[in-house]
Design a binder for this molecule. Structure first.
Ligand code: FES
Length: 577
């Protein structure tokens, strides 16, 4: 790896001083038994930990941190672990996404304000990954992401069940009367039986794959199960490697280049990854100065096939992907078919191609060859039209092919409460040809853009055996969910987007092949409705909620806060020490 100009070690501004401040900086750290020789100018490595019992997916991170520390010490560095806000997807209300940007600020300021030369970022549950990467990108020190790894496969009555994906199907089965409450409870205990994050190709596994594909994680980062000893080995190797990265002065901006993002977008298509990655990668790219656009997803995803047969698009789980060869087997397929920028640099010092060109595949039912893919042409489709002037997305690999071109009558839910109130009503005027429309669930409207875009189907249609319908909203969808679900409509309804103007009975036309989403209502009528429209009142008008609602960007721009876009680097402003 080519070296850039050798800087003075950043931590020396604290620990290298021989004055009153140097005394203060060193003396307090020594209170837990740190010897003097740790302040001799060796790289000081922060271990940014999202451990929390409120984030069940990250509860093994104290152990992982110890392995990172061991690696840092072995390589001659000085590790200092610190906590940051942890975002647990299952418990945190109204949605963990509301706090992604807040957590990223915590990460950014914790790194910038402290005597660190490099950081290892411990992340697992969905939003912990983008929040740590975004915060670290804005400081731009050397950094390595270490994911906590997926849980072991869920096992229920002789079959594999996947987190999220089977929650959706089982709750629909319960509502349709196909399973009992006892069976439902039994499945709860069988689904999540080890440490780790969701083991479907949901958002957490997708983002762990993005970490590897971007080159900001070590090879193998995506799929090693959380409880496999090799996950700890990876953490330890990351600890050793970050010390070298600091010595080589390779900041994260050398890794997170446009080439890295383009590789990651293609990998996302190949794994049938979560739609949430669209928002997170755009936000991350713009922190580091790469102008990634929604259209890049469509352009780069075209011609990429889904190779990975994992839930929610397929049948296997992350444990199976690991045993089949993991993400390296997927990246190799892309590289051999001209869909990889092979020169993109990664944190281990090699290029992405160096790391993956010889990757084996042990199970072709889990990782399909590119020439005989699992599903064809399945990159994220970006839609435009008068219903979504700033874009909307759909994930073809999770959709029903017959519904990709569809015209139907709108059945409108004004907000999530309205949906919950009416969806089970047998008198709801809806049939399977209708288009379900949900408003006011975007970044400002919810707020935080909840994962409710995959609206539950009405029980009366479920009982008829209907399993999918076209659904449109400004919300997000869990990476573990599926269906013909149009998401991230921008501008959102609460910002006055055309979605706000849809009324019951309007005709809507979706044509994924043509990338179109149209509200078949004359402009004159829309203008009449627009004149009457009033923005919904925010649910809370103080504190972080107010800051967020006032400053959040639309999904098409990554839903970051407008004043967080870009980076300010590792300098501490107004530092009079
Ligand atoms: Fe944490 Fe799914 S709930 S990754």
């Amino acid at each position: 790896m080519a070296k850039t100009k050798k800087p003075q070690r950043r931590s020396a501004q604290w620990f290298g001083r021989e004055d009153i401040y140097g005394f203060i900086y060193r003396s307090w750290v020594k209170n837990r038994g740190v010897p003097q020789d740790q302040f001799d100018g060796r790289p000081v490595i922060g271990i940014c930990n999202t451990w929390s019992e409120l984030t069940p997916c990250n509860t093994h991170f104290r152990v992982i941190a110890e392995h990172v520390k061991a690696g840092v010490l072995e390589a001659g560095g000085f590790p200092l672990e610190f906590p940051v806000m942890s975002l647990g997807e299952t418990l945190l209300r109204p949605t963990a996404m509301l706090y992604r940007n807040l957590a990223s600020m915590d990460v950014e300021e914790s790194i910038r304000g402290n005597p660190l030369d490099g950081v290892v970022l411990l992340m697992g549950c969905d939003k912990t990954t983008p929040s740590l990467l975004m915060g670290a990108a804005s400081v731009d020190l050397p950094a390595i992401g270490v994911s906590g790894g997926p849980m072991l496969s869920g096992k229920y009555r002789g079959t594999d069940i996947g987190s999220g994906t089977n929650v959706w199907s089982m709750s629909e089965d319960l509502r349709a009367g196909k399973i009992t409450l006892e069976e439902f409870h039994e499945a709860e205990s069988c689904m999540h039986r080890s440490h780790g994050h969701c083991m479907t190709m949901g958002t957490a596994s997708t983002m762990a794959s993005m970490v590897e594909a971007l080159g900001v994680g070590m090879p193998g980062n995506a799929a090693i199960p959380a409880v496999d000893a090799r996950r700890n080995v990876l953490a330890r190797m990351a600890g050793r490697r970050i010390v070298e990265l600091v010595k080589e002065n390779v900041p994260i901006s050398r890794i997170l280049t446009r080439a890295a993002f383009e590789n990651a977008i293609r990998v996302n298509a190949a794994i049938g990854g979560s739609t949430n990655a669209v928002i997170h990668l755009i936000a991350l790219a713009r922190r580091i100065g790469v102008d990634l656009k929604l259209e890049d997803w469509d352009r780069l995803g075209r011609g990429v096939h889904t190779l990975v047969n994992l839930m929610p698009s397929g049948k296997y789980l992350m444990e199976d992907l690991y045993y089949a060869g993991g993400l390296p087997a997927v990246i190799r397929e892309l590289g051999e078919n001209g869909l990889l920028d092979k020169d993109a640099l990664t944190v281990n010092g090699g290029t992405i191609w160096d790391n993956n060109k010889d990757a084996p595949c042990w199970n072709r039912d889990v990782v399909f060859p590119f020439k005989k893919p699992f599903k064809k042409d399945t990159g994220i489709a970006v839609l435009r039209g008068n219903l979504c002037p700033d874009g909307a997305i759909v994930k073809p690999s999770a959709a029903t092919p017959a519904l990709m071109k569809h015209r139907g009558r709108a059945v409108v839910f004004e907000n999530i409460e309205d949906l919950h109130k009416r969806i089970d009503d047998p008198k709801l005027d809806i049939d399977e040809r209708c288009v379900m429309v949900l408003k006011n669930c975007g970044p400002k409207g919810y707020p935080g853009m909840a994962e409710v875009g995959n609206m539950p189907l009405p029980p009366k249609l479920l009982k008829k055996g209907i399993t999918d319908m076209v659904r449109i909203s400004d919300a997000r969808m869990s990476g573990t969910a599926y269906g013909t679900v149009v998401l991230h409509v921008a501008p959102e309804a609460a910002a006055g987007g055309p979605l706000a103007l849809v009324e019951n009975g309007d005709m809507i036309e979706l044509d994924v092949a043509q990338r179109r989403l149209e509200l078949m209502v004359p402009e004159k009528e829309l203008a009449r409705r627009r004149a009457k429209w009033k923005a919904p009142e925010p649910a809370l008008k103080r504190g972080y909620w107010k800051l967020y609602i006032d400053h959040v960007l639309q999904a098409s721009d990554g839903a970051d806060l407008d004043f967080l876009v870009g980076k300010s680097g590792p300098m501490v402003p107004r530092d009079n020490h």
